[in-house]
Design a protein around this ligand. Structure first.
Ligand code: FE
Length: 212
């Protein structure tokens, strides 16, 4: 038991220090490039934002949309997330073990990493700043309903909220509920409704008509 605990902590520490090392190098590089007038910091922020909100999560959105239209794929996805995600060509570091958890009218799933910032990179890209913040990491466990409310999601009291605590050995992707009124939609159109936050479980997918 004690051994398992040490092992778990170690894995988290390992990933955390590795990321902060990368962050330090990036910061140093950014400073040098900015001082030399080679890079506009605002442009860099825009690139990071693109990876956080568009490039990465688009992979996850395709996975979700496929699951919505293909019941056999969905079954494989819930059985072994990483393996089914691999069928769409997504995988690699941070995607070795991904569990996909399905939202239903009775259960809402939400993902956190209480110790650091473990995140399913191949399907969601870079984690948003709030995901790595201490308030989210602690409150997601203590008061998930309150956190959801802050994100603008109000669930009825009879919906059970399940909070999944990620580690470097198991990361989670939420399969949100397919919005109503999309019965004849194709996969690509459906994927446009799937937001990053809905796959972390702090938001619902967009309603049809929210994007044109
Ligand atoms: Fe972590």
């Amino acid at each position: 038991m004690a051994h398992d605990h040490d092992h778990h902590d170690h894995d988290h520490h390992h990933e955390g220090s590795e990321l902060s090392d990368v962050a330090l190098r990036v910061r140093a590089l950014e400073t040098v490039l900015t001082q030399k007038g080679l890079v506009d910091p605002a442009a860099l922020d825009m690139i990071v934002d693109t990876y956080e909100t568009k490039v990465g999560p688009r992979n996850g959105a395709r996975v979700v949309a496929r699951a919505w239209i293909d019941p056999a794929f969905k079954a494989r996805l819930l059985e072994d997330g990483a393996k089914a995600i691999g069928e769409l060509g997504y995988g690699g570091r941070g995607g070795e073990h991904i569990a996909v958890v399905e939202n239903t009218s009775a259960v809402h799933n939400m993902v956190v990493c209480t110790l650091c910032s473990c995140y399913p990179w191949p399907v969601l890209g870079l984690p948003p700043v709030w995901y790595k913040s201490a308030p989210y990491r602690s409150r997601a466990v203590i008061d998930p309903r309150g956190v959801l409310k802050d994100f603008g999601v109000t669930l009825s009291d009879d919906v059970e909220i399940r909070v999944w605590d990620s580690t470097s050995e198991m990361r989670y992707l939420v399969l949100p509920m397919r919005p109503g009124g999309t019965e004849d939609w194709d996969e690509e159109k459906l994927a446009d409704l799937v937001t990053r936050d809905s796959m972390i479980g702090v938001s619902q997918p967009l309603a049809p008509g929210a994007r044109t």
